[in-house]
Design a protein around this ligand. Structure first.
Ligand code: ADP
Ligand code: F6P
Length: 460
């Protein structure tokens, strides 16, 4: 990976997943992407330690070439900032789930308080020439708060999740304050053109902003660049993982335990945005409509728990337990369980083996900023005999992986038809669909993404 000797990179995000001795595989798109991106940088990755404690201490640690600077948060901070404003207000709203969005003044207060603390604690460690790159919805106002601390650095912000349509965003109390804070950055990146368009719409319709050349937006005399910059995976590493001995062992295990049946795989954090219930219902529709196919398939859904202190996440766990139990109860046979539902994490090489063993990658989020699982599935396939990717048209990844079977994840019929089509797809068509997707994943990897964003920032 290329390192720019002129500017040190400072990354700031809520979760810091810099390499640790014996750390299990990183989970979450941001974690996986930035670990790869910082490996050969001299930069520092700042964020929350994940621990409860007095928030004033900054702990530095260097491992695997990446220095991290982390801060503990109090229980109240975590409740109001992380569980509250980030995950009960912004996350559902930005994923188009106004019905699940909670508006509490204390959440907003906690969010601003924690962002202010981060700005105050981190600012003294940033040199004048550093490039500052802030990530995701937990930290939207951080750039503005760092400017309040006197920083004149080039600062960028990347949003890993969708940007919602204006008509949804205006339901957020103080929505304008949040968006105005984004104008403290020099460059803002979005995962997909669709999210960028929604952002531009808000700026031009709600703030009286104007569009300029080179992706610029101007509001009240302040001009920033807003770009679409889709994140990629560490493609080479993933391709190598899929060919590793561990991956081959896992493939063999899947073959033996699958007793000749074709594997359909889903891999997602347990999150309502991932469309897991709808996926199970689509698969159930397929089983109902194609009894002759029962002998040919099974679904493996890997779904590690996520944000379990938030009630909506507990609810999804309960409803999926019930749904998988009901479907298995109705269809299972003495030697066949239609859904294997697993709630744990796996090392990357094992995951790559599972992807490679799967005839179908079933990726059906109701709304997703990007979705890296879709890209990992493509990267892990055997070029001579690839599987079929079924992908939600509402994932950012659908703008790039246009040769997937693109479906509407709300429609059980669509999912069922796509499974049917994928199972009967001739090898020539599978290869013809897979190859351009593979080239896209390989060429637009995490290094490409990092360079595209940091070059835009360097150019300021
Ligand atoms: P999100 O960022 O919303 O979690 P993405 O699909 O973009 O969704 O990224 C998820 C990442 O987490 C992928 O890199 C995927 O491999 C990883 N992941 C998801 N589930 C597991 C699991 N059970 N074990 C290991 N890694 C997982
Ligand atoms: O990709 C979106 C994201 O929210 C990341 O910011 C985050 O690291 C990941 O999903 C997992 O979520 P969490 O950090 O809340 O466990």
């Amino acid at each position: 990976m290329e390192h720019n000797p002129l500017s040190r990179l400072i990354v700031i995000s809520n979760r810091v997943s810099a390499p640790q001795p014996e750390q299990p595989a990183a989970q979450g798109g941001l974690a996986v992407a930035l670990t790869a991106a910082l490996r050969e940088s001299d930069g520092i990755w700042f964020g929350w330690s994940g621990d409860i404690g007095a928030r004033h201490d900054l702990h530095f640690e260097t491992y695997g070439g990446v220095t991290s600077g982390t801060i503990d948060l109090s229980e109240q901070d975590i409740e109001e900032y992380y569980n509250g404003y980030a995950n009960r207000t912004l996350w559902p709203l930005f994923h188009y789930r106004l019905d699940l969005t909670e508006f509490e003044r204390t959440f907003q207060g906690g969010y601003e308080r924690v962002n202010e603390a981060f700005a105050r604690i981190i600012a003294p460690h940033i040199d004048a020439d550093d490039l500052v790159w802030v990530h995701d919805y937990h930290m939207i106002p951080l750039g503005w708060l760092l400017r309040q601390q006197g920083l004149a650095n080039r600062m960028g912000f990347f949003l890993h999740i969708p940007w919602p349509p204006t008509r949804l965003l205006v339901a957020l109390p103080d929505h304008r304050r949040l968006v105005e804070a984004l104008f403290a950055y020099d460059v803002i990146g979005f995962q997909a053109e669709e999210w960028l368009e929604s952002f531009r719409h808000y700026v031009t319709h709600e703030m009286g902003g104007t569009l300029g050349p080179d992706d610029t937006l101007t509001v009240g005399g302040r001009t920033i660049r807003a770009i679409a910059c889709p994140i990629g995976i560490d493609a080479q590493d993933f391709i190598a993982s899929a060919a590793s001995a561990t991956a081959r062992d896992v493939q063999q295990r899947m073959r033996e335990s699958g007793t000749g049946r074709g594997l359909i795989v889903g891999v997602d954090r347990l999150d309502y945005s991932k469309g897991l219930a709808e996926r199970f219902l689509g698969y159930e529709r397929f089983l109902d409509e194609h009894p002759d196919r029962h002998a040919r398939v099974y679904l493996l859904q890997i779904a590690p728990p996520s944000r379990s202190d938030v009630e909506t996440y507990q609810n999804i766990r309960d409803s999926l337990d019930q749904l998988s139990g009901r479907i298995n109860g109705a269809h299972a046979d003495i030697d066949w369980v239609p859904i294997r539902y697993v709630n744990r994490g796996y090392p990357r090489e094992a995951l790559a083996g599972v992807y490679r063993a799967a005839r179908i990658g079933l990726v059906t989020p109701l709304r997703d900023g990007m979705n890296l699982v879709a890209k990992e599935y493509v990267a892990a396939q055997d070029p001579a005999d690839p599987g079929v990717l079924i992908l939600s048209r509402f994932a950012g990844a659908a703008e790039q992986l246009t040769n997937a079977l693109l479906i509407n994840p709300y429609s059980a019929d669509d999912i069922s038809d796509a499974i049917d089509k994928a199972l009967s797809m001739p090898k020539e068509e599978r290869i013809a669909r897979w190859r351009p997707m593979f080239e896209n994943v390989r060429d637009h990897d995490v290094v490409w993404w990092r360079k595209r964003f940091t070059e835009a920032l360097e150019a300021v």
